[in-house]
Design a protein around this ligand. Structure first.
Ligand code: L34
Length: 291
């Protein structure tokens, strides 16, 4: 069993990005600049956005964090987005999800200029990805593709099963795994809450990608011997023995599943850090496109 170390891989890539930024600066280009909008005070979102700001520092990027109160109206948020769309000093920006219930997420995503949409959530980028055109790839699926590539996990002709059909992970993940190339060229099945015989389907997977947000959902009996298992779940589970009062739980029962795997990614330290580094790669690309 080989442990897929997302934390180390992300650190390696950040060092590669930092070196590239130094080169850009020496050529008279300016630092890539990422802005992030965080609405409200959800604990997990704050952690993720803080990690993004820290990653910008490591990469040598400029970053701007815009914190808005949970009561911010949709119109106010759209005004911030318009300002960032038109700010020539901002290369790319994100609006951290989820948003408070009174705000329409889709309207917000569609307001972002696709050329600054470093989350890759705008329909223009989603459409371009689906037909293999240059675009910003969504960070979590892109990070998983990078892990499969760097660990030389065979994907061509392999059976890939994706658990979950969200717009930000499941759907784009399936799309990338079926596309031509390496990693890619896989035969993909997507399972969701209405899937019949999910266990049997999961057991056929050479590559199993769990993105449901249900702690411990993937048990030993759902995994084929020698499979590669990628755990996307990061759910905060109450844990009185921790100072924070919670621990992070993946969608995979790691302890019992890991011994059966060729490769497995842990939580934390697997996909999460790669999500952040993919955002850094998109920001680097946006910065280069803009100069
Ligand atoms: N707009 N919203 C937008 N873009 C995104 O790409 C995200 N996502 C998801 C939630 N909402 C978003 C993230 O940033 C999930 N996500 C994310 C980012 C980072 C981490 C996990 C999820 C992460 O850093 N995980 C660490 C542990 C962090 C902790 O201590 O809680 C890990 O090792 O898994």
């Amino acid at each position: 069993m080989i442990l897929i170390d997302g934390k180390k891989t992300a650190a390696d890539i950040k060092a590669e990005i930092a070196a590239e930024v130094e080169q850009m600066l020496s050529q008279g280009m300016r630092r890539p600049h990422l802005a992030a909008i965080l609405v409200g005070d959800d604990g997990a979102s704050q952690t993720y956005v803080n990690n993004k700001v820290k990653a910008c520092e490591v990469c040598g990027f400029r970053s701007t964090l815009i914190r808005l109160d949970a009561s911010t109206s949709q119109d106010e948020l759209l005004e911030h987005i318009q300002r960032l769309n038109h700010d020539p000093e901002v290369d790319g920006f994100i609006v951290q999800l989820p948003l408070p219930k009174h705000i329409n997420e889709q309207a917000v995503i569609e307001a972002i200029d696709p050329s600054k949409d470093v989350d890759g959530f705008h329909p223009v980028n989603v459409g371009r990805m689906s037909i293999g055109l240059p675009c910003f790839l969504p960070a979590t699926p892109a990070g998983i593709m990078e892990l499969l590539k760097r660990y030389n996990v065979p994907t061509r002709g392999k059976r890939c099963v994706v658990l979950g059909r969200s717009n930000i992970v499941g759907k784009p993940m399936a799309m990338l795994m079926m596309q031509k190339g390496n990693p890619g060229d896989a035969t993909v099945t997507v399972c969701h809450s209405a899937t019949e015989n999910l266990k049997e389907i999961a057991r056929e997977a050479d590559i199993l990608i769990a993105a449901l947000g249900q702690p411990g959902f993937v048990t030993e009996d759902m995994v084929k011997e020698g499979a590669t298992v990628i755990d996307v779940g990061t759910t905060r589970v109450p844990d009185a023995s921790r100072k924070s009062g919670f621990r992070l739980s993946g969608d995979v029962d790691f302890e019992h599943v890991a011994p059966k795997c060729a490769f497995i990614s842990p939580v934390p330290g697997g996909v999460g850090p790669m999500t952040i580094v993919s955002l850094m790669l998109n920001t680097l690309k946006a910065g280069k496109n803009r100069v």
